[in-house]
Design a protein. Structure first.
Length: 260
């Protein structure tokens, strides 16, 4: 375990040695802040409009749900932003090691391959969790002006963490099969986008095939989390997707290790 923690610590430090982590985090937080402002502004305008209409017709103003009309769309947007930004965090994990030649040193060291893979995965997941925590402060501000439900917010962020771990796992894999960081990032983005949008094809195939495609879709499994429902099937899906990505990374590195 000491090797695992040592590599995790090294990877976390390496993120902040280069400007990549600062740029990715800053842009991620900035873009989510802009969308938070736009979504909340739209919600306030709708609330004001419905209140004025209710007063005009002497009716009770409708109660708008801030969770379904503001927080849920924001959570979906964050899951989409992660699709763009996380490949930038994972592209260097093994590609840089291979290009610089340090991967051979790791292979000949006492560090086990699985420790190496899990440590790099953990470091990226921690960094993504920090990014999510920074966006959480936006939503906390809503409690000063209204009464949003905390349960759906927490379940939504759990879903974001799980879907982000799925992205990271396959980012690891594509970084392990090339020494070009750009290729690793683009391949990760294309692969994740395919599984993100595969559910959209369900309407163009037979009902049975459509249901199967919806089960494979990354974003379809996130909907329940955003609604406040933690379904064990959705959790198992994301964990399985993550495990498969880590497994493929392990196989990729082991095959290269035996060729040295």
């Amino acid at each position: 375990m000491r090797n695992y923690f040592a590599i995790t610590n090294r990877e976390l430090k390496s993120y902040f040695v280069s400007p990549i982590a600062y740029v990715v985090i800053a842009l991620f937080v900035l873009i989510t802040a802009i969308f938070f402002y736009l979504i909340i502004s739209n919600f306030v305008q709708l609330s004001f409009r419905y209140t004025m209409q209710a007063q005009y017709y002497r009716m009770a103003p409708p109660k708008l749900n801030v969770n379904s009309m503001a927080i849920r769309p924001l959570l979906h947007n964050i899951s989409l932003f992660a699709l763009f930004w996380l490949p930038l965090l994972t592209m260097r994990l093994f590609a840089e090691e291979k290009k610089s030649g340090t991967i051979e040193l790791l292979f000949t060291s006492p560090v086990k391959t699985i420790q190496m893979v899990l440590a790099k995965f953990t470091a990226s997941s921690i960094l993504f969790a920090v990014m999510l925590v920074l966006t959480f402060f936006y939503i906390i501000s809503l409690f000063f002006f209204g009464n949003p439900e905390l349960g759906p917010i927490l379940s939504g962020y759990l879903g974001l963490l799980l879907i982000g771990m799925s992205y990271i796992a396959f980012g690891l894999f594509f970084s392990s099969i090339t020494d070009n960081q750009i290729i690793a990032a683009v391949a990760t983005f294309a692969f994740i986008l395919f599984f993100w949008a595969i559910g959209w094809m369900s309407g163009f195939v037979s009902p049975g095939a459509g249901a199967f495609l919806e089960k494979l879709s990354l974003i379809n499994h996130f909907d329940d989390f955003a609604k406040g429902v933690i379904d064990s099937g959705n959790v198992i899906y994301y964990l399985s997707f993550t495990f498969f990505g880590i497994f493929l990374t392990y196989i990729s590195l082991e095959s290269k290790k035996w060729r040295l």
